[in-house]
Write a protein that binds this ligand. Structure first.
Ligand SMILES: Cc1ncc(C[n+]2csc(CCOP(=O)(O)OP(=O)(O)O)c2C)c(N)n1
Ligand SMILES: [Mg+2]
Length: 365
């Protein structure tokens, strides 16, 4: 019965064939491992601005090192280190304006710190106190999204709202390579493309989703190219190159703000540490792979560049590290001096008004 309309292949009329789609994916790199830059692509940044970028990366790393140490001492809970991802986070954060809306996952503390989010609150959150996510009013930052990829949809919704209200606001979501396997990623990308929404998607492709390597996550050569199927640009950048990340994000934000629609930026980087302090990455990846990435360290290559420019020497490096350490010491003191949370606070910050059931629970508590 299914063969009723069957026409043998050699009897079928010849069909004209035309190419309907073809694509290429750009990879942007400006600062190489030796500290040399491609002058044609280098963003115009003053010496002071470059030092600010460097110190933001140093602050992020100092925070991360301290968080790990505090967790080992039992003073923080489970913590996801972002060692090696500082360029992706700092480079993108510095491209934003205070009006933009940020949707981070759980591994973007370098973004928060660069924008001036109190380090004490970040420690507070990772110590298990949700008040660390009570974003001070001057920031448009959503709470960390631990549920992988679901905040991609929140960012798209915010971009939709911005478009509806004609606010010149861009929504930015950070997520990992693992999140690109989620339905949320594909739904969010499709809607962003269809409505040409002012949203920038930043994937920190650190090449691991806990113990699943990138090749277990996708059959494509890049993650960036997935944007093309949804009708907007995707670019891969060297995620350990702060200048490339910065340039790509500045361009994407400007495009989104001027009505040009979304962009997907894949930052190719590497998770130097364990997935979290509850993980042991040596059980599933080789020490050689990790060692190869050590030379590609984002801070090391920036120091090499800055030294060539007369902007960095060991004395300045040590002095800056001492300053960052003092800032982090102070944040830890502030966090540990906070009064313990009051259980009733859990009812305060999620719903504007409590429904009768919640009101009853509060009363019972
Ligand atoms: C919806 C959902 N499924 C599973 C998990 C458990 N989980 C936590 S992190 C993670 C891997 C995420 O990898 P990736 O997106 O690459 O981000 P990375 O941790 O590398 O920054 C998984 C599966 C989760 N948090 N949420
Ligand atoms: Mg990952």
């Amino acid at each position: 019965m299914f063969n009723a309309a069957y026409i043998p292949r050699d009897e079928q009329p010849a069909m004209p064939e035309e190419l309907l789609a073809s694509f290429a994916v750009r990879r942007l790199g400006i600062l190489d491992e030796q500290g040399n830059v491609d002058e044609a692509l280098m963003p115009s940044l003053s010496g002071t601005e470059i030092m600010r970028i460097y110190e933001a990366m140093l602050l992020a790393r100092t925070f991360d090192e301290r968080a790990l140490a505090l967790q080992r001492e039992g003073r923080l809970g489970t913590y996801p280190p972002f060692l090696g991802q500082e360029a992706s986070q700092v480079g993108s954060a510095l491209a934003l304006t205070p009006a933009d809306w940020l949707f981070p996952s759980y591994r973007e503390m370098g973004v928060h710190l660069t924008l001036g989010y109190p380090a004490s609150q970040l420690f507070q959150y990772w110590a298990g106190d949700e008040r660390g996510q009570l974003t001070p009013d001057r920031f448009n930052i959503f709470p960390f999204c631990v549920s992988v990829g679901t905040h991609i949809l929140h960012a798209v919704g915010a971009a939709m709202a911005a478009r509806y209200r004609q606010d010149p606001v861009v929504a930015v979501a950070w997520f990992g390579d693992g999140a690109t396997s989620k339905g949320d990623f594909h739904e969010g990308f499709n809607m962003a493309g269809v409505f040409r929404l002012p949203v920038v998607f930043i994937c920190q492709n650190n090449q691991w989703a806990i113990s699943i390597p990138l090749k277990g996550q996708t059959a494509t050569a890049t993650l960036a190219q997935k944007a093309i199927a949804y009708g907007f640009d995707g670019v891969q950048v060297d995620g350990n190159d702060v200048f490339a990340v910065h340039r790509a994000t500045v361009e994407a934000i400007a495009k989104a703000r001027s009505g040009g629609g979304p962009t997907f930026i894949e930052c190719l980087t590497y998770r130097m540490g364990d997935h979290t302090t509850a993980d042991d990455a040596s059980r599933y990846r080789s020490p050689d792979e990790v060692a190869a990435w050590r030379e590609r360290d984002p801070i090391l290559r920036l120091e090499r560049y800055m030294a060539q420019q007369g902007l960095w020497d060991e004395g300045y490096g040590k002095e800056a590290k001492t300053r960052m350490t003092a800032t982090i010491d102070e944040a830890v003191r502030a966090m540990e001096a906070l009064p313990p949370p009051v259980a009733a606070e859990m009812f305060e910050h999620t719903c504007a008004t409590l429904n009768p059931r919640q009101a009853g629970q509060l009363k019972e508590l």
